[in-house]
Design a protein around this ligand. Structure first.
Ligand code: G3P
Length: 218
């Protein structure tokens, strides 16, 4: 399973790259706004340290505007993946960019039907938002199960399921059990996956016992 990091904070990405937890990065206009930085600069910096696709999202809403922005964004670095919303113009843009060999991530997916359209438009990734479905009382993970099952029925679909809007470790674990290709994780969720109180307690006990021996390994 690939881990993408869902942030535009370069320091967080760098430390997670050093930990070996980064196969790619996803950003969106809200995350760029939160970074307080110029989009083209922060995307270039993220691309330089990321060993995989970096999603950069268009903000135009019409086909011509999306296509022009997508073509601009993909020039920033070879590993830019252009992110488009799941609208009619977004799917048209996806098709046009994918035909040129550009990786496209179709975002804001909330139904299996939308995911089928994105695959037919040649998306490299479909981003279903699990947390936002949970927020309105629906089951985000059911959507992941549906899309994984549907895509598996059609090997000609090359689109990877990129689980987005992950809020906690259970979302990630359930996504992995369902066989989703990619999860995009906020940095704090990666840290939640890492930490366990019994690991801390066990380590403290080992070190206390070791101290009693008076030994040192080196
Ligand atoms: O990158 C898009 C997605 O992961 C957003 O998550 O928490 O704002 O719903 P969230």
């Amino acid at each position: 399973m690939k881990f993408f990091v869902d942030t535009a904070e370069v320091a967080d990405i760098r430390s997670l790259v050093e930990l070996g937890m980064v196969d790619g990065v996803t950003t969106n206009p809200s995350l760029i706004a939160k970074s307080g930085r110029k989009m083209s600069e922060v995307i270039a910096e993220i691309c330089a340290i990321t060993p995989g696709p970096v999603s950069a999202e268009v903000t135009a809403t019409d086909f011509d505007g999306m296509l022009a922005e997508g073509r601009y964004l993909r020039e920033i670095a070879p590993n830019v993946c252009v992110k488009v919303p799941l609208t009619e113009a977004g799917l048209r843009t996806c098709k046009a960019l994918a035909e040129d060999g550009t990786l496209v991530n179709v975002t804001l997916c909330f139904s299996p039907g939308q995911a089928i359209l994105a695959a037919k438009a040649g998306a490299a990734f479909i981003s279903p938002f699990v947390g936002r479905l949970d927020d309105i009382g629906q089951d985000g993970m059911e959507l992941i199960a549906d899309i994984v099952q549907i895509y598996a029925n059609y090997p000609q679909f090359k689109t990877e399921v990129l689980v987005a809007s992950i809020r906690h470790p259970i979302h990630l674990i359930q996504s992995a059990k369902l066989g989703a290709h990619v999860a995009t994780l906020p940095p704090n969720v990666i840290r939640q996956l890492l930490n366990h109180p019994l690991t801390d307690k066990g380590l403290a006990a080992f070190l206390a016992d070791w101290k009693k021996t008076g030994q040192s390994i080196l």
